[in-house]
Design a protein around this ligand. Structure first.
Ligand code: HEC
Length: 565
């Protein structure tokens, strides 16, 4: 939607009653006052989506017939700069109508909502506005609009005007390029995982309409979290409200080049170092994987023999994808010799005991604070490799670099999981809740959280329940995307006293509204293949007192190998 055209449209509205022209709206996604993710296109199975501009202390009551209309989604949208998510969530105690927080104001601006009480009805099947007016007008307008009749626009909402952040002149070189460099170019470069390279103004301009859409739909940059809750996370993905405004308004203005035409994007160079952490101690080549040109490639489980003649302490692990355009992610599970004989090849994976991984945009795994992980002599890695097709046949030859401690580190890092392995998600189910618990039996420090589900994964959050009865949310991923397996690293390791419960809560979406769902008509259960599901809230943590010496001693007594949950 072009903003300039829209402003014009608004102008007409206030002067003469026009029939709601089929104004197109772009897709958008926002979090509501409880942190839940809502996306316009998700409601495409509804007859209508009503969006009402919301403000605390203003009556924007939804007419009873509207609230009761079957198959119509009703959403409030709060774009008032002085009404924070916290204020709204404290004031709004009902959860009948979610209040979407439009913090950048870009959704209100593009829907043309200018006052509290303004309302639009959107036909989600073709993403057009079929009614515009105030909330009271919905009583008459909604039934007509969803019946497909032309509906005259109504009055403006009577509430407080939404004061929009002022338009400032945006420079391509000084404003836009830095935003892209900080948030996008790490993937969108020649040879990168991104589907196109942001290497010139012309490229960016050509893709700008799509950029607007993916940014407003929170699809790009991938890996976004709910940044109103939880612990501080390193390098968290997402644009600030200001960046969002600059980018969207620049695109709406036609994505212009600056007057003095210098294109900083054209001269960016990237490090060609293979391993960013330096020369590894051990390098393994993963068996070449042939990837077809099109179609869905099932997860592959590829064993890698490590041929270790002694136990080693790993301090870091880095994957170098052979072909970034097809390799989507890798999770490396360790199988120790004991696993193999007792439980067969894939048990390490089935128990969720991962030691590292690769995902686009993810930093190589490093074990901090002079800690490491033990890989025992005779162990092998089992790689879960996920490929996507790129329109041409490809051969991926990924390499793994393993960095060792010269001498045993002071501390041992462990992998854990709050997972649920027994479940059956019914067909067509939109939100099937799952929950897993990891009991922290000894004092520990938590370092990383890594939600892992397959195609039906909808969202996941982690909570710590402390032995003193208090609890806190650690991380919330409101819109899980199976294409991205991000590892969320806590900025400060978090102390978890013995007796803490780490709880991962999430949900599966087995409906047709989930675009990634291979088959909504089938029930789905736990399993290693992509067509099955997983619900693992992986954790990386360091138990206080776990030293290499203590681990080796316990292990000699014949207990489970360290790092097991
Ligand atoms: C972590 C890697 C990564 C980052 C960071 C990233 N992208 Fe992407 N982007 C991808 C991949 C992979 C695709 C292709 C697959 C897809 O659409 O998900 C893509 C696709 C796109 C597309 C095309 C969408 C389509 O449906 O064809 C646009 C536009 C885009 N990205 C814009 C952006 C913008 C703007 C940013 C920064 C604000 C950004 N991306 C950041 C990886 C990334």
């Amino acid at each position: 939607m072009n903003f300039k055209k829209f402003a014009l449209f608004g102008l007409f509205l206030s002067t003469l009653p026009v029939f709601a022209s089929a104004a197109r709206v772009g897709d958008f996604a926002l979090l509501d006052h409880t942190g839940k993710h809502h996306q316009l296109s998700y409601y495409s199975d509804h007859a209508g989506v009503v969006v009402v501009a919301h403000g605390l202390g203003h009556s924007t009551g939804i007419p009873a017939n509207v609230a009761g209309t079957e198959n119509v989604a009703v959403l409030y949208l709060n774009a008032l700069p002085d009404e924070t998510r916290q204020a709204v969530s404290e004031a709004v105690t009902h959860d009948a109508v979610p209040v979407l927080l439009d913090e950048s104001q870009m959704v209100a601006e593009s829907l043309g909502l200018t006052r509290v009480g303004d309302a639009v009805v959107i036909d989600p099947a073709n993403m057009t506005i079929v009614y515009r007016g105030n909330v009271d007008g919905l009583e008459v307008a909604l039934p007509a609009a969803i019946a497909g009749k032309a509906v005259a626009s109504g009055q403006e909402g009577g509430g407080r005007a939404i004061s929009f952040a002022s338009h400032q002149s945006v420079s391509y070189a000084n404003d836009i390029v830095p935003i892209l460099m900080d948030n996008c170019v790490s993937c969108h470069q020649e040879g990168g995982i991104g589907s196109w390279a942001m290497d010139s103004h012309a490229m960016v301009q050509g893709w700008s309409a799509m950029m607007r859409e993916v940014v407003l739909a929170r699809r790009m940059p991938p890996g976004q979290i709910d940044n109103h809750v939880g612990r501080a996370i390193k390098d968290v993905a997402g644009l600030s409200n200001k960046e969002m405004r600059k980018l969207v308004r620049w695109i709406d203005a036609g994505a212009p080049m600056d007057a003095e035409a210098q294109d900083p994007l054209a001269s960016v160079t990237f490090s060609k170092e293979k391993f960013t952490l330096g020369e590894p101690d051990l390098v393994y080549k993963v068996a070449a994987q042939e990837i077809p040109a099109t179609g869905i490639v099932d997860y592959r489980y590829v064993p890698v023999q490590l041929d270790l003649d002694k136990d080693v302490w790993v301090r870091a692990m880095e994957f170098v994808p052979g072909d970034r355009s097809v390799l989507h992610h890798v999770i490396a599970y360790v199988s120790s010799p004991a696993d193999k004989t007792v439980r067969g090849r894939q048990t390490g994976a089935a128990r969720g005991e991962s030691v590292g991984g690769f995902a686009p945009g993810r930093q190589p795994d490093q074990f901090w604070d002079n800690s490491g992980r033990l890989i025992k002599k005779g162990s092998s890695l089992l790689l879960q490799m996920h490929y996507t097709t790129a329109g041409r046949e490809a051969v991926d030859e990924t390499e793994i670099g393993i960095y060792l401690h010269d001498k045993p580190p002071a501390f041992v890092m462990s992998g854990g999981v709050a997972g649920q392995r027994r479940f059956l998600v019914p067909p067509h189910e939109k939100e099937y809740p799952l929950e897993g618990v990891q009991e922290i039996e000894r004092d520990a420090y938590l370092y990383e959280l890594n939600p892992h589900m397959h195609f039906r994964g909808k969202y996941m959050n982690y909570t710590a329940e402390y032995p003193d009865g208090t609890s806190e949310t650690l991380l919330s991923v409101p819109k899980y995307d199976f294409n991205w397996q991000f590892n969320y690293v806590l900025e400060e390791p978090l102390f978890l006293p013995a007796g803490t419960k780490l709880i991962a809560k999430g949900a599966m979406d087995n409906s047709a509204q989930n675009p990634g769902n291979p088959d909504p008509s089938k029930p789905v259960h736990f399993g290693l293949q992509t067509m099955h599901e997983m619900f693992f809230g992986f954790t990386t943590l360091r138990y206080v007192g776990d030293t290499p010496a203590s681990i080796v001693a316990v292990d000699k007594e014949g207990s489970e190998n360290p790092g097991a949950e």
